[in-house]
Ligand binder design. Structure first.
Ligand SMILES: [Zn+2]
Ligand SMILES: [Zn+2]
Length: 274
């Protein structure tokens, strides 16, 4: 359990989301973590500053999997942190992800954890669950402070019972709405790439993500940011309509706020429990 009361609430800031780079900041004012670092270090710093988080602490990086759009900045971010603070920045990931990291991105300090682990980082409790994706041992991470919990659920080919259970505990999340199936099948990708994206170890379609949301919608869930949208095979308005339909059908239109986690700019941070 998280320790003590917290006046700041839990902030989730999607700094960038999509196949060109992913990073999300989650923190409670005392402790903060990045979930993934697939944007450049400069972009991570710039985008944090752009949403009022220039001074927010980064105490660790939680890595979901070894794809470049999630880990590309790891080594440089670690060196930048060392130069600024004189300390190593710990990167948490599964042993499978560690083993599959390209040598050039391996950061100074790696802590390996099993998928399913949870542990404390400062005032936060963090944890991860396995997801089906075409990498060594991918996970989705959640972050909790004083009973408020945020998570990032992207890069998975299908919803699983573990993912449903996780989503049922979150107050704010980035949820993958990767592609519209018709746009994917009629779009420019090669057939093998289309098959990879739509496979059970690829990415969630709008329809799959909306179905997952419908199954797991609960009164505590206040913010859903639609993330990892394909720039070729999706459109923000199409994804938003799919999600909005679920929320309206559940009669939760006034309670759940939907937004986008864009690729090219940071989303406005969402805050739970302030
Ligand atoms: Zn990705
Ligand atoms: Zn991936």
């Amino acid at each position: 359990m998280a320790r003590g009361a917290n006046d700041d609430g839990l902030i989730l800031a999607a700094l960038g989301s999509g196949s060109k780079g992913n990073a999300t900041y989650v923190g409670d004012g005392r402790t903060g973590v990045l979930i993934d670092c697939g944007l450049s270090t400069r972009q991570i710093r710039r985008r944090m500053a752009a949403v009022g988080l220039a001074e927010a602490p980064i105490d660790a990086v939680l890595v979901t999997h070894e794809h470049g759009d999630h880990v590309a900045a790891a080594a440089i971010l670690a060196r930048d942190h060392r130069r600024r603070t004189g300390r190593a920045l710990p990167f948490y990931m599964t042993a499978g992800t560690r083993g599959a990291l390209p040598a050039r991105v391996v950061p100074e300090a790696v802590e390996t954890v099993p998928a399913g682990a949870s542990f404390e980082i400062g005032s936060l409790v963090v944890g991860c669950v396995p997801v089906p994706h075409d990498t060594a041992d991918p996970v989705a991470w959640w972050v909790e402070s004083a009973g408020r919990r945020a998570g990032v659920i992207t890069d998975l080919g299908r919803p699983t019972s573990v993912v449903r259970a996780l989503l049922g505990t979150l107050h704010a999340c980035v949820l993958e709405f990767n592609h519209d199936l018709d746009m994917l099948l009629g779009g420019p990708y090669t057939w093998p790439l289309k098959q990879r994206v739509r496979s059970s170890h690829g990415h969630l379609s709008n329809e799959q993500a909306a179905g997952l949301l419908a199954e797991t919608l609960h009164p505590g869930l206040r913010h859903v940011l639609l993330g990892h949208l394909s720039e070729e095979n999706n459109r923000p308005e199409v994804a938003l309509v799919a999600a909005a339909r679920v929320v309206e059908e559940a009669g939760a239109a006034g309670e759940v706020r939907l937004g986008l986690a864009p690729q090219r700019e940071p989303a406005a941070p969402v805050r739970v429990g302030a």
